[in-house]
Design a protein around this ligand. Structure first.
Ligand code: BGC
Length: 461
């Protein structure tokens, strides 16, 4: 029986029930997350064979690898403008088309500049989806399940990373780097075509004055709520807020929210996640897994754990809330980084070298689990939910760009740090950032569980 039917007959409707329509919306938008994960993960395998076909020096290699991050940073800023002017749905369609075209360009590249351009464009797709995906899902989702639905985006990121590890392992014997990079064109098209059939974000429609369309979307995606009441609430809040400008990001009123959004985005990276995700095989080799096969197997294990542990967040984020998960997760990350630092120290001193491999594998596994139920999904979720609609697109763009900027710095500096400072100091550095993250969360990050986006905006006033 339909939800409306249940209501009419006085049958209580379960609060956590969600319409198929809003789940479909979240799943289709999350394809962008899958591409984000796949395209950041695939290069570690592909680069080995690219180097054989085009003999390149270290700097050019760095360029091929990091062009994605630079593209993501640039496009995240642009995504803010696009999401406001052309709509949330269009931003996701554009992301899919850019992914498809850029992946094909990489697959047929016959020179290094073309390849770098292709990877930069892939990065643009990632920048568009990392702003447009979570924003679209958060704006369409009913508050009681918003955390779960936006976490699907992060789940897709982790699945994308895992698929990239698997694709590299399967295609490695044939040295088929063009396939590794080109395969992403298929989900890219799927995202663009799928989004054509999805509704526009009701909040963007209200903002543009399309109230009839907004009401229809609200009725479709959340049959538990009265669409007229939700619409009236959004209109009231928007009338009070008005339309924002980029310049307003500098104004004091927005500062507390921006501090939280940018802080979370940067802390997600400086606690070292991508040192593990991008360099896991090297870390395992440094810890004594000398054969390529065992270090690759251990890396795939990390990918699987990353996917599985994201389900903890999906299940708990709307029940226990954002803050407890963040605090528990970051505590776990700090503890594991500290133990890892001590283990590398003992290994370097010659004591316990034989158990170093086992301790490393254990610490990295628990570190990944802790990240996957906390900073991984919740940062993307909170960036999408903490800003007032008036400035949401611009503020999300700046926060997301900060995330990519920090990602760029960490992935560039990790090999240098590990080489010059050693594994012990590198682990302790990330642990120290973890302690700062913990203090920041406890002092600054509000609980947003169960509140409407409009109620969250009011928290800052
Ligand atoms: C982060 C990525 C990271 C991934 C790992 C995402 O939330 O933004 O930088 O590679 O999680 O699962």
């Amino acid at each position: 029986m339909s939800v409306a039917g249940q209501r009419a007959m006085g049958i209580p409707v379960r609060q956590r029930e969600v319409s198929l329509s809003v789940v479909t919306v979240a799943i289709v938008a999350a394809i962008g997350g899958g591409l984000f994960g796949y395209d950041t993960g695939v290069i570690s395998g592909a680069i080995l064979y690219i180097k054989r076909e085009f003999p390149i020096d270290d700097t050019t290699e760095g360029l091929v690898v990091s062009a994605v991050t630079v593209g993501a940073l640039a496009a995240a800023m642009f995504a803010g403008v696009l999401a406001d002017r052309a709509g949330r749905r269009f931003t996701n369609i554009a992301a899919g088309l850019v992914f498809a075209a850029a992946s094909l360009l990489c697959a047929v590249a016959n020179s290094v500049p073309t390849l770098v351009a292709g990877r930069f464009l892939v990065g643009c797709g990632i920048g568009l989806t990392s702003v447009g995906g979570p924003m679209y899902i958060a704006e369409a989702a009913p508050p009681r399940v918003r955390g779960t639905l936006v976490s699907l985006f992060q789940l897709a990121v982790t699945i994308g990373i895992l698929l990239a590890y698997v694709a590299c392992a399967i295609l490695a014997p044939a040295a088929a780097w063009r396939w590794m990079l080109g395969l992403a064109a298929i989900p890219g098209l799927l995202l663009a075509v799928g989004m054509l059939f999805m509704p526009e974000s009701p909040r963007w429609l209200v903002r543009r004055g399309h109230r009839t369309d907004a009401r229809a979307v609200l009725a479709q995606i959340d049959p538990h709520e009265d669409p007229d009441a939700a619409l009236a609430q959004m209109e009231r809040d928007l009338a009070a807020e008005g339309h924002g400008t980029w310049g307003e990001l500098l104004q004091p009123a927005l500062r507390p929210a921006l501090l939280v959004g940018i802080g979370l985005a940067v802390f997600q990276q400086v606690t070292g996640i991508n040192a593990v995700i991008y360099y896991a095989p090297q870390i395992f080799q440094a810890a004594g897994f000398t054969s390529d096969l065992t270090s690759l197997a251990a890396t795939t294990g990390i990918g699987v754990i990353n996917v599985l542990a994201t389900f903890i967040a999906i299940g708990l984020v709307d029940r226990v809330g954002r803050r407890p998960l963040l605090i528990a997760g970051v505590l776990g990350m700090v503890a594991m980084l500290a133990v890892l630092g001590l283990a590398f120290h003992a290994g370097a001193a010659g004591t316990g070298a034989s158990s170093l491999g086992v301790i490393t594998a254990f610490c990295l596994a628990v570190y990944i689990v802790s990240f996957a139920f906390s900073l991984g999904p919740i940062v993307w979720l909170m960036i999408a939910e903490i800003y007032p609609l008036r400035n949401r697109a611009q503020a999300m763009a700046v926060s997301t760009a900060s995330n990519w900027g920090a990602n760029f710095l960490v992935s560039l500096s990790f090999p240098v740090m590990a080489g010059r400072l050693g594994s012990t100091a590198t682990s302790f550095t990330y642990a120290a950032f973890g302690v700062l993250t913990l203090v920041f969360i406890i002092a600054k990050v509000p609980e947003t569980k169960g509140r409407t986006l409009e109620e969250i905006s009011k928290l800052w006033r």
